[in-house]
Design a protein around this ligand. Structure first.
Ligand code: CMC
Length: 391
């Protein structure tokens, strides 16, 4: 075709200029707005990183207080939105509930449809950050048949989410500080990752000037897939399968290497990181720490450690530069916290939300063109219509 270049999976095409996240796959560097992920995860909070990603600078103490306060005033869902959960089947996947409800939010907020109105964008940003944890908690409550609990805005952002998820009306609930800290850290580590599949989806949908709710809902659906955010749940299912088959790690790795039934080592490999994933390093330490502090002995952790060790010493993985990614250990931590496997990707979505919002806003502010990839046509040449009775 002359004019277009084939770039399968956009492995080598930059569609945007962005000032949000810097990533060096060779050196294993990840920075939000210039700040190393290690420092943000060690010393900051999730809402602080969210503010940083969205507004470009770390907040002052007053700005952070105001941000927290404003978010806490928007955590309630409209009673009619709450009733959606009556309509979903009990075994509905939480990611489907999450994306549907987020999409439906635009029907409740008529003041959310103009991407160029700064006030509207600000309100939609706050509403999304505030309501996604409530929606996530309700999706979980629905699946186990417990009552949906109202948010308690005297609690912190993470505590409130844990309360709505795990509390029951008849019992006093207090979130374990170990769980609060670990979840906060995990959300920071997931908060942005430049032009990944879901973020690119948010940008592509938003590039048509669709509103923020519509764009984020699309991002949630993109994240759901097993090669992207869904990998954290797949890792756990893989570890369980290995355990149920007698714990033979080598037999499983042979299956992966022979590409039997397309089996992959989930939680390994990354399009950009080719030496190590800096998030995986932090998460591995956190997994040890959290499981230790919570007194959880998990045989799946043993299997994971063994898998990692064997894979890192195996030519197949070395040659292809496959290393553990952010999802390899995160599921073990979520499991120790009490989350069911199908909620893991929902937690990823809560974490990634500030990144999606920041990218959508950056794109709108820069006046980007509509996203519209080209193709290399490989179909039939022109041919003549054949009437139905002659086919
Ligand atoms: N297990 C076994 N082989 C693999 C794996 C894996 N996890 N990942 C890549 N390969 C092989 C692949 O078969 C190919 O080998 P060959 O040339 O012999 O066919 C080679 O490595 C290159 O793979 P690719 O599919 O071209 O690489 P990609 O950049 O398109 O895919 C990936 C990146 C993350 C989708 C892939 O590594 C993968 O499927 N990993 C497992 C799923 C996973 O953990 N995803 C989470 C990614 S991090 C968080 C997130 O983004 O959500």
């Amino acid at each position: 075709t002359g004019l277009v270049t084939m770039d399968s999976g956009y492995g080598n095409t930059a569609a945007y200029k962005s000032a949000i996240t810097y990533l060096d796959g060779e050196k294993g560097i990840l920075r939000y707005r210039g700040y190393p992920i290690e420092q943000l995860a060690e010393r900051g909070s999730f809402l602080e990183s969210a503010y940083l990603l969205i507004h470009g600078e770390l907040p002052t103490a007053t700005q952070l207080d105001d941000f927290r306060e404003e978010i806490s005033r928007h955590t309630l869902l409209h009673e009619d939105v709450k009733r959606f959960f009556d309509g979903f089947p009990r075994d509905a996947h939480p990611m489907a509930m999450l994306s549907s409800v987020v999409s439906a939010l635009s029907t409740f907020y008529q003041d959310s449809h103009n991407p160029f109105d700064e006030r509207q964008v600000h309100l939609s940003t706050i509403r999304l950050l505030a309501k996604l944890p409530t929606i996530a908690a309700y999706a979980y409550k629905k699946s186990i048949g417990q009552p949906l609990l109202y948010p308690d805005n005297s609690l912190g952002f993470i505590e409130n989410f844990l309360m709505m998820t795990f509390a029951v009306p008849s019992e006093r609930f207090e979130a374990d500080p170990v769980v609060v800290d670990a979840l906060d850290k995990l959300l920071i580590l997931h908060a942005d990752h430049e032009q990944n599949c879901s973020t690119s989806t948010v940008r592509l949908v938003g590039s048509s000037q669709a509103n923020l709710f519509a764009s984020i809902s699309a991002g949630i659906n993109a994240l759901w897939g097993p090669l992207h955010g869904g990998a954290n749940a797949e890792v756990l299912e893989m570890l369980e399968r290995i355990r149920n088959d007698g714990g033979d790690v080598d037999a499983f790795l042979n299956k992966v290497k022979n590409k039997e039934d397309g089996v992959r080592l989930m939680g390994f490999g990354h399009r950009v990181y080719k030496n190590f994933d800096p998030r995986a390093k932090i998460i591995k330490t956190a997994a040890d720490d959290v499981l230790g502090k919570l007194g959880v002995k998990d045989e799946l952790l043993e299997i994971a450690l063994k898998l990692e060790e064997r894979a890192l010493a195996d030519d197949y993985f070395v040659e292809r530069k496959l290393y553990p990614n952010v999802d390899f250990y995160s599921g073990l931590i979520y499991r120790a916290m009490g989350f069911p496997t199908n909620a893991f990707t929902v937690l990823f979505a809560i974490g990634r939300l500030p990144g999606w919002i920041a990218h959508w806003r950056e794109m709108i502010a820069s006046g980007s063109r509509i996203g519209r990839p080209r193709q290399v046509y490989v179909g039939e040449e022109q041919r003549d219509y054949v009437p139905l009775d002659q086919r």
